[in-house]
Every structure is written in C-alpha cells, then in structure tokens.
Design a protein around this ligand. Structure first.
Ligand code: ZN
Length: 152
C-alpha cells in the first residue's frame, strides 16, 4: 500500500477513533445488517423513520468486526443522513458510490473517502454501511453482503 496518508485522512482517523451515533437505537423502526466477507466487516444499522425523514440513526459493529475504513464510513454516513429526508439520503448514497467507482467527488465531508477508490479492496469496506442503510430504508429483511449486491 502506498500513500496511506491519503487513504487515512484526518476525517477518517477521527471518525474511526470517535465514531458518531455508535449505538443501538431502541426506538428504531427499521434495521438492516451488512457483511463484507472480504474484510470481515459486520454492521447493524438502526433507523428511526418519522414519515419520510430519518429522525435518528445509529450503528453497531461487533467487537473487532469493523476495520477503520468501514467504521469511519459508517460514522460519517450517520452524520450525513441524520435529520434528512429519505430521498436525500438515497441521493447521497448514490453520490458516494459513484465517487468510489471513479465518478465525481461527493459533497461535504463524504469527499474524505475519495482517496479510497485507489484501493479497490477497501471500496467494499467504505460502501458497506451505505448499502445497509439502503436496505433498511427499503425495509429489506435479508442481510446485505458485498457478494450479493450487484454493484457494491
Ligand atoms: Zn473493511
């Protein structure tokens, strides 16, 4: 790996060390689990929807089951979509995924993950939480894995 400095930018380091919304949400009315077997990342996302708005959101990872990238990405994802309409969260998901597959840099702090696309093995780590969010918003009960999602 070259340029670890680019990959682990300050934002990523910060969110990994001090993840936001890193908790089970008792009031959640949507949940989804995600698994990235390539890296071993596991996540559970909790969403409390109020109408079409993401009123609250949280996530958990079993001990040691989330690498720095997956954890930081999940943390940043929760801060990006909390309080937002579902449609806006889906737009951010699309922008984030496009960025990691070589598209334009995503808005706001999500841009911190732009360097990850130089590390194809890490792209799935960064996308995992977003796919879990997407599944939760669509109320899909099957766990998402990086092997089953078509364009993870
Ligand atoms: Zn990972």
């Amino acid at each position: 790996m070259s340029d670890l400095g680019d990959l682990y930018q300050q934002t990523i380091l910060d969110h990994n060390r001090n993840p936001r919304n890193f908790r089970r949400l008792e009031k959640a009315n949507r949940t989804a689990e995600g698994h990235n077997p390539n890296c071993g990342d596991r996540i559970k996302v909790f969403v409390q929807l109020a109408g079409d708005t993401i009123n609250d959101i949280g996530f958990q990872m079993p001990d040691g089951a989330g690498c720095a990238i997956s954890k930081a990405s999940a943390s940043l994802m929760t801060t990006a979509v909390k309080g937002k309409p579902v449609a806006e969260a889906e737009t951010l998901f699309q922008a984030f995924r496009d960025m990691l597959s070589g598209g334009p840099i995503a808005p706001g702090k999500l841009a911190a993950f732009g360097g990850v696309r130089a590390f194809p093995a890490r792209v799935k780590c960064a996308n995992l939480a977003w796919h879990a969010l997407h599944a939760a918003l669509r109320n899909e009960s099957d766990p998402v894995t990086t092997e089953s999602a078509r364009d993870f």
